[in-house]
Design a protein around this ligand. Structure first.
Ligand SMILES: [Zn+2]
Length: 287
């Protein structure tokens, strides 16, 4: 059964809610999709340790198939040293312009279209809407770190907490507790993608140059209400990349505040009615 903070190897590593691979899971591909905007690397954790840690953890649990780890989020807001550390340790970088419209969830749905089952999927996020998505995903894929499909009736928030947020917190706790400071690189090829511009980039330098560029920032404004006008104004004023990125930042902060308000409101509703939004329409959210 599920045991919190199960020791999974003789090295004394711990990681919550991950079961040893079954015979069927052992040799198929494993995908780790990490919502880095909602689950950022804290200041006290060396970013280069995350990838090797996840690799070791999964290996010691018997997941021997190809492993792909992708960090998905608004990567222009992630410190460049963190991005460098992640990509140099084999983590793919996938930029999204917002956490909503063209969102992380859209990227997950696209991932699903590109990767037919069977596969193991480990989703690291905080967002409650992923709860129902994970439940549906588990119809065809092995979703690691969650109780589905055994507890299909579990509330979406509980899904989300078990499958996303909690997994990240416990992963960080295990990583902090581990004495080993493994920052070894990997020979596997890292991919770089900007979903805002639908663009594959080749190499870390060209990727970071792109997500901090003027053209990219102008494209991204389109994803926010009022962004088209802001883009036109930026063009008329002949603003540079820094000024346009600052405008973009303003839109993002406003959206973030809305999210926090929604979340607070949601929690209040849940207290009054525990089954509030059990049928959350995440597909509508992803549009
Ligand atoms: Zn772009």
């Amino acid at each position: 059964g599920f045991v919190h903070f199960t020791s999974f190897s003789s090295q004394g590593l711990t990681m919550m809610d991950l079961r040893a691979a079954t015979k069927r899971q052992a040799d198929i591909a494993t995908w780790v999709l990490w919502d880095i905007s909602r689950c950022p690397v804290p200041a006290d954790v060396d970013a280069c340790r995350v990838g090797p840690f996840i690799r070791r953890a999964l290996k010691s649990l018997g997941y021997n198939g190809d492993l792909t780890i992708t960090a998905i989020g608004i990567l222009s807001q992630v410190p460049i040293d963190v991005l460098r550390a992640l990509s140099s340790t084999g983590i793919n970088l996938h930029h999204v312009p917002t956490m909503y419209n063209k969102s992380i969830l859209t990227s997950l749905i696209m991932w699903e279209m590109d990767n037919s089952p069977p596969a193991n999927v480990m989703l690291i996020s905080l967002q409650r809407i992923f709860g129902q998505y994970i439940a549906d995903l588990s119809e065809e894929y092995y979703v690691l770190g969650s109780k589905v499909p055994y507890d299909r009736k579990l509330e979406p928030t509980v899904f989300a907490r078990r499958a996303g947020c909690f997994l990240w917190e416990s992963l960080l706790a295990s990583l902090r507790a581990e004495a080993k400071k493994d920052c070894s690189g990997t020979t596997s090829k890292t991919t770089f993608y900007c979903s805002g511009c639908c663009l594959d980039l080749f190499g870390f330098e060209s990727f970071t140059k792109h997500i901090l560029s003027k053209e990219h920032a102008l494209n991204e404004l389109d994803y926010y209400p009022g962004g088209v006008e802001a883009g036109n104004e930026s063009r008329a004023r002949k603003e540079d990349a820094t000024a346009i990125l600052a405008r973009l930042q303003g839109f993002r902060q406003a959206r973030r505040r809305e999210e926090e308000e929604e979340e607070a409101n949601y929690k209040k509703q849940r207290l009054e009615d525990p089954y509030y939004d059990d049928e959350y329409d995440y597909e509508a959210e992803a549009e």
